[in-house]
Design a protein around this ligand. Structure first.
Ligand code: T4K
Length: 408
């Protein structure tokens, strides 16, 4: 049987319909539309209507936490939670995260100070809290990247010793556990994102969860202009509210989440099985002893072993209709306004930089079938077999482009 030619060598793309990282999970459309119809009939569209209240109550149960305050998005959740905890001066965050983690601080004139990671987990290395904290530091935002949790005990111990507030950015970790306990009740507060690309979504949306009654009350005030009652404003606040349509989607999404997880898990297993034999391509694994949502399929590409750089692999996948993403390249510390600033302690984030040159995220979610994954895996096997030819061809293309540009 002849091997299908790669697009790079004149063949047709493997996929005519592009596979994406982050195509939304929808759930039961009918249930969603019924909720929307009912909310329109009720004419309660926002301002903590019945669907928002139902979603918050459902989430506190799911996450075993006392308070859940839904938000217009995850970034607003970060901004409000950190402000309610009086973050000021600077705060420690990993550079390997979506830029919103840093921007949420910077937006409030709290300077993000970037910490390096533990390469085995991609998470903030707790020892960097010790290294970076000064008298100006008020808090830490560890990120539960890919739904795997940071070493929560170590991070909280380092932070508590220095009297630093801790807000976990758990945007990726809804439905996940740490030592068997649901993510949501750790640190001073945790935040979630329910953006369309997240495994449970509310189109746009987010939430802050906490076990601290006074903090929850402050957050609720700040999210709704500081209103304690009609005509009674007792706190400074903004508009960070989730609306009823978002909550309708959230409830529909939460009802379907078991199915989403099992679909994602099957996809993860198909990748795990198929990529196992490709030298230099390592799928990051999820601890079977913990619950995960398996919403991210992340590989590390070792270019020395494969002979193919991550960017070359990505380029070839793109030509075949697989929209692999290099989340979160080049890292917050290499984005403005942060990259123009002095390095923390004059140090490079060596491990973060190395990881960001290797990491690639592959399509999954309910819009991607296990059959699609088998094809992606077979494609990657073909790419792996022809890695030397690919490398040569891409280098030649690069040379030709450079030559053409220089003649213009
Ligand atoms: N902290 C962390 C650790 C985060 O990851 C995020 C968000 C936040 C904080 C902030 O939370 P939010 O304020 O966003 O709630 C996406 C999301 O925009 C972003 O929410 C998310 N992280 C990040 C990881 O991913 P992009 O640049 O990948 O988005 P985009 O538009 O390229 O979407 C990815 C793919 O998904 C598209 O190629 C196609 C597909 N897609 C996307 C949308 C929006 C669809 O098929 N339908 C859709 O409606 O950032």
């Amino acid at each position: 049987m002849s091997i299908k030619r790669l697009t790079l060598f004149g063949g047709d793309p493997e996929f005519s319909r592009t596979l994406h990282v982050g195509t939304p999970n929808i759930g039961d459309t009918k249930r969603f539309l019924t909720r929307v119809e009912n909310l329109l009939n009720r004419r309660v569209l926002t301002n903590r209507g019945p669907l928002v209240r139902e979603l918050e109550s459902r989430m506190t149960e799911l996450l075993s936490v006392k308070h859940c305050v839904t938000m217009s998005n995850g970034t607003a959740a970060l901004e409000i939670a950190t402000r309610a905890l009086n973050f000021k001066g600077n705060a420690i965050v990993p550079a390997l995260t979506f830029v919103a983690t840093a921007h949420a601080l910077e937006w409030q004139r709290v300077r993000p100070i970037f910490a390096d990671i533990m390469p085995t987990t991609h998470h903030l290395d707790p020892r960097w809290i010790r290294r970076l904290a000064t008298s100006l530091t008020s808090g830490v935002i560890p990120v539960n990247l890919w739904g795997r949790t940071v070493d929560i005990d170590a991070v909280v111990a380092e932070a508590t010793m220095r009297d630093l507030a801790v807000v976990f950015d758990s945007s990726h970790a809804f439905g996940c556990t740490y030592k068997g306990k649901p993510v949501g009740g750790f640190g001073d507060a945790e935040i979630f994102s329910f953006h369309a690309t997240k495994f449970v979504n509310t189109f746009e949306g987010g939430a802050v969860t906490t076990n601290d009654d006074a903090l929850a009350e402050r957050i609720r005030l700040m999210q709704n202009f500081g209103f304690a009652d009609r005509d009674e404003v007792i706190h400074v606040g903004i508009n960070g509210k989730m609306n009823e349509v978002q909550a309708a989607m959230g409830l529909t999404s939460v009802e379907a989440m078991k199915g989403f997880i099992s679909h994602n898990h099957e996809n993860y297993c198909a990748y795990l099985e198929g990529l196992r034999y490709l030298d230099g391509i390592n799928l990051i694994e999820y601890d079977a002893a913990e619950r995960n949502n398996y919403q991210y399929i992340v590989i590390e590409v070792d270019d020395v072993v494969t002979g193919l750089h991550r960017d070359q692999l990505m380029q070839v996948l793109h030509t075949e209709g697989v929209d692999a993403r290099r989340y979160f390249y080049p890292g917050c510390h290499r984005m403005e306004p942060y990259r123009s600033r002095p390095k923390p302690n004059g140090q490079d984030l060596k491990l973060t930089d190395e990881m960001l040159a290797r990491v690639l995220t592959l399509p999954t979610g309910t819009a991607v079938t296990t059959g699609d994954i088998r094809r992606v895996v077979a494609l990657m096997q073909r790419i792996h077999e022809r890695r030397n030819d690919i490398s040569r061809k891409l280098a030649k293309n690069d040379r030709t482009t450079r030559l053409t540009n220089s003649r213009r």
